[in-house]
Design a protein around this ligand. Sequence first.
Ligand code: FAD
Length: 509
Amino acid sequence: SFDVLIVGAGSAGSVLAWRLSEEPGLRVGVLEAGGHPDDPDIAIPQKWPVLQDRPYDWAYRTLPQAGTAGRVHPWPRGRLVGGSSCIHAMAHVRGHADDFAPWAEATGSDAWSHAGLLPSFRRIEAFSGGASAQHGGDGPLPVWLPDAELAPVVRAYMAAGLARGVPHIGEHNGGPLKGVAANSLTIRDGRRVSAADAFLVPVLGRPNLTLVTGVRVHRLAFDGDRVTGVEAEVDGRPARFSAGTVLLAAGAVASPLLLMRSGVGPAADLSRAGIPVRLDRAGVGDNLHDHMLTAGNVYRARRPVPPSRLQHSESLMYLDADDPTRADGAPSVVLGCVAAPTTSERLAPVDYGTGFTILSGVTHPTSRGRLTVTGPGLDDAPSIDPAYFTTDHDRELGVRALELAREIGAAPELADWRAEEIHPGPAVRGRAALAAFVAEASITHHHPVGTCRMGADADAVVDARLKVNGLDGLHVVDASVIPSITSGPVHAAVLAIADRFAGDFLAAG
Ligand code: FAD
């Protein structure tokens, strides 16, 4: 029996375990479906794209998406200690300060404003540029700003941006976000540092912390409206773990599913799936959203493109779609130059070393989908509908972002690298043709969020303290509580949410 039981040893779960077990009087348990990482490829930054579909990937799939020409999108998620941070692309981007204002507004709590989260962003990191008002210098997670290691083609693309009048910001986490910067990466000595490497594994020796791997949590256990623990499966056999408080940190797909398997979710969905309804909560699984990237604007190279020494995608360029020279505020679109010629599965592939891609995407999509259960069992696959490109906003900005990618791609600064544009190809011009191309070429940026959103309203799944509305002894603390997505990759924000929650939880006694 534990005082606090954390479900999921992924990104958020690792931070929760680190912070909560600092309190010696608190018995903290962590349950993880997967095992410890044992694939040496995980630590090698260049290998991140090939880790997908390996045995430690949950390997979800979306429903066919009308907004992307009927395509089904693979949704990798890590099933191992470290969770998705073992298979992710290692970019550390907090987001723009304005991204968090809607979080504070939705909850009525300054805890979730940028100012409220800044101490957590600083505490978790050891920034290679050193400590400052914006940065932490001695936290567990290395945040490294590469320089000489950047691929030469990426440098040329950054120069093209600067020549176009895009502001120089130097790094993504210093305040301004619109501009040219190399990606800050969670890499140390050439190796990936997962959230578990940084936060969880170093504290596993604490006597009050227990990590149990190979535990698939099936559903919550209740005494009335109070959650008393979880029912799980270990090696195919049922097991039960009891706790004073349960924290769901199973991620934006698995946390809402776990609630629904426990009878907490939209009543009609639960009944259809053969699950007795305990609490009719329409918000569980709703508000699902994600970033997409058009993959892409691909160029055949004039000369061999040297392999990336980092993780291929080394510089995200955040822009105002109306005026790329504008520096203030949150961006609306993003570009990224990839030394590997990345394409969606619908486009003719281009051999590594012979080309490069400029990715483009929308930073604040307004499309909202939902995910739900299809059955009561652990092996019943979820139904995932992110509703990609179902708003005019997303379709229009998706085209605009691609136009900006082509503008940068055609710049003189890239002339030494560019032989010709392969995708979409010079013949593809005009709004309708470009929109059709975006639908064929967009792939997930792997940032699903929002399925247990925080808020002060009655429909919110969790309140400002991340407690599940209508139940006691249960919180959700992971990417699913994000009410509206940040400008960039969400990992930094997920870690900060977990840190902020843990601090407040300990302070509340
Ligand atoms: P996770 O880290 O996924 O953790 C959930 C954990 O819960 C997992 O370990 C899982 O096995 C466990 N679990 C789930 N269900 C159960 C159950 N029933 N019982 C027991 N345990 C369970 N973000 C960035 O910021 N930068 C990037 O470069 C980036 N690239 C990405 C690339 C890929 C391929 C992917 C998949 C993601 C990427 N992301 C990136 C997103 C980022 O990794 C995630 O948003 C973040 O890791 C989510 O953290 P989480 O704690 O919510 O969930």
